[in-house]
Design a protein around this ligand. Structure first.
Ligand code: V47
Ligand code: SF4
Length: 362
């Protein structure tokens, strides 16, 4: 097997990739520092094809953002509002119900629900949301509440983390999305999201989520003030936790969008960096099955290319995306099933519609 590289610094990495040897943090840094995007893509595609062949997954899903009221005020966020501020909203369980009913004739398999950290809602509000969704869409998987929200819910419930997770499961929670970790670095935490839970707590909560028998995803918010070493350390922390629990399903690199945020002076991420984050994740995260190219953040066209750079999943129809569009994303707010399938098949891959647990549908 010969994989052509134009950057000789990548040769030792290639030898490990071909031998199936785990890459270390220094290899991760060499990959991020290299401009040989085609070589890195070839390496990532080699691993991707060994695992998934030509399959590329997508899901028929719907996003619900139940509130944008949030006490955390992360500097990178354009979505959140303070209570009472213009544009602040909180949906009632009835409004969530109406939103789902408006799409009830569509074959939606997953409801992805996240929101801000609201100062006043009681624990019962969250349980009611889950129960309402289950009532309207009994066959859809509810993937909801990031580790940050679960930390907040544990405080509200007055129960242990385990007790809180059990109540959420009883009400219908089946999976936990990525998000909330941002970059597992105290430096970045203190500068950009000091009110949010830190590195250690995020890992502790995710370990408890996996311990409760729920799977979850993981993300990395890149393209702001993080260093390449901090990106690599983030990936290594996720990989270490995955070695312990095996509970992560997919990793999703999230490209930072700066419009309407307090970091609006920062430029948009580049196509090179977007592809590199996908490819390096595929190479470093040897114990993660799935790497998502989240088309909302990197655009439909680049997400299609990312399928040849290590990604095996495009996420889904989404229907209405708010978090990134409020920060200036120019992608569609939702996609139809034929559009996603066309993105996949016209790139030479086999489109596989999946459920939240990557079981093929149809
Ligand atoms: O946690 C916030 C990020 C996340 C911005 O698990 C921003 O399947 C870019 O986690 N620019 C929420 N990103 C989205 C998320 C996610 C998305 C799709 C699928 C899954 C999954 C998870 O969005 C937040 C934060 O990291 N975010 N603001 C911004 N301005
Ligand atoms: Fe709140 Fe999440 Fe926005 Fe941070 S990223 S301000 S926690 S909604």
């Amino acid at each position: 097997m010969r994989i052509y590289l134009s950057d000789p610094k990548l040769i030792p990495v290639r030898e490990k990739v071909i031998a199936g040897t785990r890459l270390d943090a220094d290899d991760g840094l060499v990959l991020f520092q290299s401009h040989d995007i085609i070589g890195i893509g070839r390496l990532a595609n080699f691993v991707r094809e060994k695992r998934h062949g030509k399959k590329a997954f997508y899901i028929y899903n719907q996003h619900v953002n139940y509130t944008n009221v949030c006490i955390n005020g992360c500097r990178f966020c354009a979505f959140s509002r303070k209570g009472g501020e213009g544009g602040a909203y909180t949906m009632t369980a009835h409004e969530v119900r109406e939103k789902l009913i408006s799409r009830i004739h569509e074959p939606i398999n997953e409801i992805h629900m996240v929101g801000g950290i609201h100062p006043d809602l009681p624990f019962t509000y969250y349980l009611d949301l889950l129960k309402t969704i289950k009532e309207i869409r009994p066959h859809a998987v509810i993937k909801a509440f990031t580790a940050v929200e679960i930390d907040h819910l544990a405080k509200l419930s007055g129960l242990s983390l385990e007790g809180t997770l059990q109540k959420l499961k009883d009400a219908g929670l089946e999976m936990v999305p990525g998000g909330g970790a941002e970059v597992l670095s105290s430096r970045v935490h203190d500068k950009l999201f000091p009110k949010k839970i830190g590195h250690e707590r995020w890992l502790e909560i995710v370990a408890a989520i996996h311990g409760a028998g729920l799977t979850s995803n993981a993300t990395l918010l890149y393209g702001h003030i993080e260093t390449l070493k901090e990106r690599v350390d983030h990936l290594v922390s996720l990989r270490n936790l995955q070695d312990r629990t095996g509970g992560f399903t997919a990793f999703i690199p999230l490209a930072f969008h700066s419009k309407n945020t307090r970091l609006s002076h920062l430029p948009a991420t580049t196509a090179h960096d977007d592809l590199k984050n996908i490819a390096v994740a595929r190479l470093m995260l040897d114990n993660f099955d799935h790497i998502k190219a989240y088309w909302v953040m990197i655009g439909e066209k680049l997400a299609q290319v990312a399928l040849s750079f290590g990604a095996d999943d495009l996420d889904g129809t989404i229907i209405e995306e708010k978090i990134t569009h409020m920060a200036g994303a120019t992608s569609s707010v939702g996609l139809t099933r034929p559009k996603i399938r066309h993105m996949i098949t016209s790139a030479g891959f086999e489109a596989v519609e999946r459920d939240s647990f990557y079981r093929a549908i149809g």
